[in-house]
Design a protein around this ligand. Structure first.
Ligand code: ZN
Length: 192
């Protein structure tokens, strides 16, 4: 095997790119739990910008991309720090791993958006794959989809051909979805 490296769960689960490292795992029949710690530098005091001292830690659960046909849950131990002169307490920033107050890791959000936009899966299916509630998946998809596809000023750069498609998403509710696709880019993707 060329360019082989020792096995590493952080690399395999792509957590190193999210600023996390696995410290323990628990494989359950219906999901896998990975306890993680942040690998990014500690956040400094928001009042005086000096480094704080470790105060305690809180747990933050994030749905990650599924492995082994079942959901993966990241249980991140987030340190909290204290600044004695400022009397402030703050959390270690893990925005590299997930949007603030988000319940999905950044990779899980991107998988969810791709599943909806490219693979045309239902939100219910995406939520089931990630092991989260329908509303949790929907909120994350809408927030990131708006940021990437609507708020982006250069979203139409390079687009040469667009197509409009309308189809029934849920027959019982007569809910329709209209899509505008970049046909030129889709053609390139399909050629892969
Ligand atoms: Zn301070």
């Amino acid at each position: 095997m060329r360019n082989a490296t020792p096995p590493c769960l952080d690399t395999f689960c792509r957590l190193d790119r999210l600023g996390l490292s696995v410290t323990a795992q628990r494989v359950e029949p219906d999901h896998t739990l990975l306890r993680c710690r942040p690998t990014t530098p500690p956040s400094t005091c928001p009042g005086c910008a000096r480094p704080g001292v470790r105060h305690d830690a809180v747990l933050r659960r994030l749905a990650h991309v599924p492995f082994g046909w079942k959901p993966t849950v990241l249980e991140v131990v987030v340190p909290r720090y204290r600044c004695w002169p400022c009397r402030r307490i703050w959390r270690h920033s893990i925005t590299a791993a997930a949007p603030s107050r988000g319940k999905l890791s950044r990779d899980a959000v991107m998988l969810a958006v791709k599943s909806i936009v490219v693979d045309r899966m239902s939100i219910a299916r995406v939520a089931a794959n990630l092991g989260v509630a329908w509303n949790t998946a929907s909120d994350a998809i809408l927030a990131t989809g708006t940021e990437l596809l609507i708020d982006s000023a250069d979203r139409l750069e390079g687009v040469t051909t667009v197509g409009v498609d309308e189809h029934v998403v849920r027959h019982e509710a007569l809910l329709y979805r209209m899509e505008v696709g970049d046909l030129h880019r889709l053609a390139v993707v399909a050629a892969k």
